[in-house]
Design a protein around this ligand. Sequence first.
Ligand SMILES: NC(=O)c1ccc[n+]([C@@H]2O[C@H](COP(=O)([O-])OP(=O)(O)OC[C@H]3O[C@@H](n4cnc5c(N)ncnc54)[C@H](OP(=O)(O)O)[C@@H]3O)[C@@H](O)[C@H]2O)c1
Length: 302
Amino acid sequence: MIKKRILLIGSNGMLGQCVVENLRNRNDIELTLASAEDTSFFDNISYSKLDISNKKEVKKIVLDFYPDYIINVAAYTNVDKCESEKELAWNINVNGVEYLAKYSVPSNAHLIHISTDYVFDGLAGPYSENDLPNPISYYGRSKLAGENVIKKFDIKSTILRTNVLFGPTKFGRPDFVKWVFNSLSENKNIRIVTDQINNPTYIEDLAQAIITICDSEKTGLFNIGGAELLNRFEFTKEIAEYFNLDFNLVEPIITADLNQPAPRPLNSGLINLKAETEINYKPRSLKECFGLIKQFWENNPS
Ligand SMILES: NC(=O)c1ccc[n+]([C@@H]2O[C@H](COP(=O)([O-])OP(=O)(O)OC[C@H]3O[C@@H](n4cnc5c(N)ncnc54)[C@H](OP(=O)(O)O)[C@@H]3O)[C@@H](O)[C@H]2O)c1
C-alpha cells in the first residue's frame, strides 16, 4: 500500500493535538509532526521543531519529507498581542504561510490551511464563503493576508475557516468549556460577554473535516463551524446547565467593558452549508460535544 505522507504543522497546539489523535492510528498514513516547541507531546511519531517564519527551515522540512499533504494549524493566535506584536504576527500568519505554499510547488503537496471568522467585521454574520471579508483587528488582517498569499501559487489548496474552537486536549491550556467548568465548580464569579455571537466549533468536528479534505482532495474555501449559533453568555449557560453548575455566578457584560486591545467581530458565525453539501460535514450538537468532553475528562483526569 502506498501511504499518504502528511506533514502536520502546529501539532502541539489545541487543534493540532486533536488532529494527531485522529491520524495516529491510521495505517494508510505516514505522519510527521512539526511545531514551535523543542519537543513533541507525542512519542513514537517523527517530530521536528520548526519556525514557519524561517524560510530555510520550511524548505528543509518540506523537501526532506516530500509530503502529499501539508496541514497547517500553526498560527500566532493571541488576538490582543497581535496588536502590539504586528511584525511577529505577520511573519507567522502571512510569511510562514507563504513559505509553506512556495515549497508545496516542488513537492506537489496539497496545502490545507486553517483560517478564521476574524477576517470579517462582525456587522452582518453569520457569514458564507461568498461574503466579503473586512477584518477589524490585526490578527484578522494577518489571517486574511495568509489566505490570500496562498492564491499566488499554483498548488492544490484548501482553506477552512472556523470560529471559537473548544474541546479537550491532553496538554496545554484549558479550553473555554474547561475554564467555565473549573471556575463555576470552584464557586468563582466570571464575567461573560453577551454581544459576541458565533457557532462554537468542536475541535474533533474540525479535525474530522480536515481528514475528509485529505481523503476527498477537495480544494477551495470552506466554512467549518459548529451546529448552534449563540452568544458567549448563552454558550456559558449551556455549559452550566449540562454540567449542573451555578449559572448565577456568571455576570453578563458587553465586549466594550473588557477594554481589550483588539476589537472583536460581534455579530459573527459561519454558515456551514457548503461543507455540509460538498464534504458531508455534520457538526455535533453542543450536548453531544459536552457528553464527549465529559467522557474525555473521566478518561484523562488532570
Ligand atoms: N482557537 C480558536 O478559537 C480559533 C478560532 C478560529 C480560527 N482558529 C485558527 O485555528 C488554528 C489552530 O488554532 P489553535 O487554537 O489550535 O491554536 P494554538 O493552540 O495557539 O496552536 C497554535 C500552534 O502553532 C504553533 N506555532 C506558533 N508559531 C509558530 C511558528 N512560528 N512555527 C511553528 N509553529 C508555530 C504554536 O506553538 P507555541 O505554542 O509554541 O506558540 C502552537 O503549537 C489557527 O490557524 C487559528 O488561527 C482558532
